[in-house]
Ligand binder design. Structure first.
Ligand code: GLU
Length: 410
């Protein structure tokens, strides 16, 4: 099954909804540049990609993931989503994504460094602050960004901190970047609760994925009075009707444990986890978690895509027919790339901006973007989904840019 082809169906639906011509939509159906290589490390070969989907709005932008299941179909999809996310967020970027098929959890630090440096060795000609700007994604972090920056600067013979984001503070990163995805997700959740649930209190929440975004949003919601009744990571999940003390759970996880081994609550496997009786289900793990096989069994009324692509096309239709509200990935997880944009802009101008100022700017941008999506959804009297509203705004902007550039004639 191709995740990429599955997602193209969403673009085709949009073509009808927004009366987009065949010539126009054609430009969005294929990535502009697919770079592939194999990284040779300790006599093993690791497939690696960097894909630029579109550059009508600016240079490529998007993370690099290290994961044993990475494949080209996935990176194509992720680069397409980055294009839409950047356009919707109103930041001056096209879309891109990279990945290495490799398990960093089984690697030691020197192997991790070698993979990071060889990745840049293979692709540095296509990267740069005005070409394509990587960042962290699943199982990559600020240390990996540091090695990548260092390797890039060695190869090109000059300093260029804006070629990559998600760096440590000492190398030109910004403090905000580490919890920005969760902060953006938290703000959109609050907006959603105010619009759809009249600010109801004590809502129950399940969070699939307890990595960077998942644990930060759990903490923010917990501190705000939401009841986090279920949490999971790659080893499995736990459920407790009365809710968990998330601060203790974070400490437990940070000591190197899996939440599945936590001594409180009932253990649940991934399939059971998704079907738990909660008000809000936050998907903060990987793609394709809700499909036509389990969509009918989802009990949560509100599903939030903090990960990229966790719900497939057929599941979208099923969930919509059951009046479930889905807050799409390209809106709710855009806080990370918006903070990346602040970091990049700061690196380029040499200006150092105040942390509180940037936090306010992120909050304002997330609220504006939510409002634009919600207005579009409401304009159509609920005939389209929030995802379709978000896609429409993103696609119309890219197509306008393509027309202005003379790439679309009519
Ligand atoms: N990997 C993150 C995402 O999927 C951030 C990308 C970036 O900051 O460029 O949105």
């Amino acid at each position: 099954m191709s995740i990429f082809n599955d997602n193209l169906k969403r673009l085709k639906d949009l073509q009808k909804i927004e009366n987009i011509s065949d010539e126009e939509i054609q430009i969005l159906l294929e990535p502009k540049q697919v770079n592939y290589t194999e990284l040779d490390i300790n006599n093993k070969k690791y497939p690696a990609w960097r894909i630029i989907y579109n550059q009508a709005l600016g240079p490529g932008k998007g993370g690099i993931r290290f994961h044993p299941e990475v494949n080209e179909d996935e990176i194509r999809s992720l680069s397409l989503w980055m294009m839409l996310k950047n356009s919707l967020a109103d930041i001056p970027y096209g879309g891109a994504k990279g990945g290495v098929k490799f398990n960093p959890k089984k690697a030691d630090l020197s192997e991790l460094e070698e993979v990071s440096r060889k990745y840049i060795g293979a692709f540095y000609k296509y990267l740069g602050q005005d070409k394509d700007i990587p960042a962290p994604d699943v199982y990559t972090n600020s240390q990996i960004m540091s090695w990548m920056l260092d390797e890039f600067e060695k190869r090109v013979g000059q300093c260029e901190p804006g070629m990559i984001t998600g760096k440590p503070i000492e190398l030109g990163g910004i403090k905000l970047r580490s919890d920005a995805t969760a902060q953006g997700g938290y703000l959109v959740t609050k907006e959603m609760v105010s619009k759809f649930l009249e600010n109801k209190k004590d809502l129950t929440v399940a969070i699939q994925g307890f990595g960077n975004a998942g644990h930060f949003i759990a903490q923010k919601l917990f501190e705000d009075g939401f009841k986090i009744t279920a949490v999971s990571d790659s080893k499995g999940g736990i459920y407790k009707k009365e809710g968990f003390d998330i601060l203790k759970l974070i400490e437990f996880k940070q000591n190197g444990n899996s939440v599945n081994d936590y001594s409180f609550g009932q253990k649940v496997n991934n399939a059971e986890f998704l079907e738990l009786p909660v008000d809000i289900l936050i998907l903060a793990a990987l793609e394709n978690q809700i499909t036509e096989n389990n969509a009918n069994k989802i009990q949560a009324s509100y599903i939030l895509e903090l990960a990229n692509g966790p719900i497939n096309y057929k599941a979208d239709k099923i969930l919509d027919s059951k009046q479930k509200i889905i807050i799409p990935d390209i809106l709710i997880n855009s806080g990370g790339v918006i903070a990346s944009y602040f970091e990049w802009a700061q690196n380029r101008t040499g200006q150092i901006l105040d942390e509180d100022y940037l936090r306010n700017l992120l909050d304002k941008k997330m609220k504006t973007n939510w409002q634009r999506v919600y207005n579009k959804y409401e304009e159509r009297g609920g005939e389209i989904t929030l995802r379709q509203a978000a896609y429409a705004i993103a696609i119309n902007k890219i197509l306008t840019a393509e027309k202005l550039r003379g790439h679309i004639k009519k």
